[in-house]
Design a protein around this ligand. Structure first.
Ligand code: HEC
Length: 149
């Protein structure tokens, strides 16, 4: 009888010790997949913006700029310490070694999309202003914080 209780106790202890880790592992995967999905969505929207602006569809492009900006803001919360590896992440360790710089680049990228939405009303060279306020931020961040792919 006492043996049985001991066995049951052991099983309960093992479960309660390993359960939090199994939940955590799933969460890490969800976070990494979540941020990849947001970057992909931003890329799709950035390409759409370029196409729209080529045909001077300025008003149609604006909501997409807001969407990219919002995604960048959300992405600030998608790089917790426990998501350095796994789920084929291309995030480099330099992110966590320079978290302030990384976050500042993310914030700048977000703010620049709002600036872009204003600038296209009056900009003479739409290509140049997109390069300055949208595309340059991708490469500035990737060159230091995303693995070559
Ligand atoms: C402040 C940093 C930062 C900015 C700005 C940024 N990226 Fe990224 N991007 C990353 C990081 C870090 C990853 C790797 C994420 C991972 O694999 O966990 C990434 C991944 C990606 C991916 C791959 C997603 C996947 O499915 O694996 C694409 C596509 C991408 N970025 C496009 C862009 C484009 C286009 C822009 C500009 C419009 C941009 N990014 C701006 C940091 C940034």
């Amino acid at each position: 009888m006492i043996r049985k209780i001991k066995i049951i106790k052991t099983i309960i202890i093992i479960f309660s010790l390993t359960f939090p880790f199994s939940v955590n592992a799933q969460t890490v995967e969800e976070i990494i997949k979540g941020r990849k999905a947001m970057f992909s969505e931003n890329y799709q929207n950035a390409k759409k913006i370029s196409i729209l602006l080529k045909s001077k569809k300025i008003q149609e492009a604006k909501p997409l700029m807001k969407k990219i900006s919002d995604n960048y803001d959300k992405l600030l919360d998608y790089f917790p310490e426990n998501t350095k590896e796994g789920s084929k992440t291309e995030a480099l360790p330099s992110i966590w070694e320079n978290k302030d710089e990384f976050n500042a680049l993310m914030k700048k990228a977000s703010d620049d999309m709002i600036k872009l939405a204003k600038a296209i009303d009056t900009a003479e060279d739409l290509r140049a202003v997109q390069k300055e306020l949208m595309w340059s931020n991708c490469s500035a961040c990737h060159s230091k914080f995303r693995a070559p792919h």
